[in-house]
Design a protein around this ligand. Sequence first.
Ligand SMILES: C[S@@+](CC[C@H](N)C(=O)[O-])C[C@H]1O[C@@H](n2cnc3c(N)ncnc32)[C@H](O)[C@@H]1O
Length: 243
Amino acid sequence: MAVDQRIIEMWRKRLGGVRFDPPIDYKLIFYDAIKGLAKPGYSFLDMGTGTGRVIFDNNLRDVYDTVIGVDIRPEMVTLCKEKAKGMRNVDFVVGDATKKMRMNPNTFDVISSMFGPHDPAEVSRLLSPGGYFVYIDSIRGDHKEIIKQFPELSKGIDGSPRLTTIKERNSKLKSVGMEVISTNVLSYKWIFKNDEALRQFYEKILFAPVFDGKEDRLQGLEHLIDGSIMITRRLCTTVAKKL
Ligand SMILES: C[S@@+](CC[C@H](N)C(=O)[O-])C[C@H]1O[C@@H](n2cnc3c(N)ncnc32)[C@H](O)[C@@H]1O
């Protein structure tokens, strides 16, 4: 049986098939921040834009003058460009946000990253002085029940760094000339709606890059997972200002 199936079986047994999502929307604080910071004439960049939901779900083209999304995967950029057809102030480019990109310094008034790998130094370089960076990401303690058994899982998809603490993140931002304005932690138990949702989660978010071909890591560990354990989510929205 594939590794992901084995984990799913474990959870199915222990949760007795009863799963649901708590009524918490982690996006709200993040979306409020990026919309609240908009001003006429402002330019906006979304790093690791994926399907562009940050940009499209919030109609950012109506509140920012220029809106750009960057993603390392060309297919995501193609998809977003298609969605943006006819929008004169929205564009998407391929780029690696963990490195210096081909964009001029001091270009953007607001930069966002929703679960997207990024280099704070590059964020700072691209922001105009006084500009804001808004990002949401997992922090240490996220998925702790699973990660305790399989520490490799804390190294996320796309080779992103191991989960850090708020303190570590804030000091990194400070070291690149940014002041942290606010941190907002959202912590809750995530109980999946159905088996399919659970399967998709492990396959797409945590699994693929970690357990590739290494099934034996799971052997003998099943008994360590207690029947009452749910999955803890621990996310933090950070707003920082370039000094
Ligand atoms: C977890 S998804 C988040 C997508 C989107 N921000 C959202 O919340 O729906 C991470 C995205 O970052 C992109 N990505 C991964 N590494 C990247 C990098 N080094 N530079 C830019 N984008 C990257 C991936 O292709 C993927 O679309």
